[in-house]
Design a protein around this ligand. Sequence first.
Ligand SMILES: [Zn+2]
Ligand SMILES: [Zn+2]
Length: 381
Amino acid sequence: MTAATMMPSIQIVAPKAGALEVRQVPVPRIKPDEVLIRVRAASVCGSDLHIFQWDESVRPKLLRASDNFARPVTTGHEFCGHVVEIGKDVREIMDDPKARLAVGDFVSAESHAVCGKCYQCLHGEKHVCVNDKIIGFDRDGAFAHYIALPASCIWKNDADLPWEIASIQEPLGNAMHAAAHFPLKDQRVVIFGLGPIGMFAAIIALMHGAKKVIAVEVSEYRAQIAREIGVHEIILGRPAKTPEERAAERARVQKAVKDAAGMDGPDVALEMSGHPDAITNSVKAVRRGGKVVAFGLTKDAAYTFDNYSGDVIFNGITIQGIIGRRLYQTWYQVRDLVRLPEARAKLRKVITEVLPYGEFRGGMEKMLAGKAGKVVLDFAK
Ligand SMILES: [Zn+2]
Ligand SMILES: [Zn+2]
């Protein structure tokens, strides 16, 4: 139990850009199947920036969760913290019949609360549950001193895992799910887009023994971090506006990727940017029979193939869409990764800011300006 009755919480308080505020709200009460966690740290996701800017993509969920802003919604979904209260019906966690939870345990959480009952859930595909609820969007999130969550979401961390690393496991899990979908050992891999998840994917490709890791990125700031991580070759994208300029830039990047990979292109392309030209490049740059992992979301949800028959069918490529994390296979893979000192050192290069939670606005603005990697908010005080 906790003695506190009120707590600070970063909430979206109105349906407009910039409407995130720290407010004092009641500490949540748990249901019998839930767990109360005292948040230690939480990291800022690209989707939190969509909330900050009140983008189209996040509106329906937040309007529903807030009942049209009759009540504000606590944001945030990537975090770590300590268990303070366990509901009376809580049994196992992590889909592991042997895993038990105790007050004081250091935990993180899967951000997609799944139903456990739909066809997908019953067939080992909980990451595509048709009834999933995302914390920080569909229900109150982790940018607060306390969060209440269904026990089925709880992931138990190693007690000695550094908290700033523990707080980023959810997006690291996205990267793991995307990067490790196809085996990377001895493969030639290209990554389009070095946002934090693209950067994490690069780390995973390197740690999983890819023979060559190539990245395509427009920002020199991010390219520099990638060099420090050990990415073998970086192709800097150049600005292109008109259709002719864009076509020329696509051709230049495709050739540069094929040249860097050798043979007739990389074995695997990880599309982490969502930019239509990068999607096209990922499909055209992989070798015949290559694999494309589709992770980046396009801005307006649309994408058109310019040579579907040739690029996809005749070239015999595989395109795999990735959402969320496999429950809980991906989390186990992440645990193995974050136990390695070399992986921790690389991950720390991507975490460019650790800020008191009250300074979230500055952190988000820096991310929007492309001047930050992963931003972690400290909720200790
Ligand atoms: Zn996220
Ligand atoms: Zn389900």
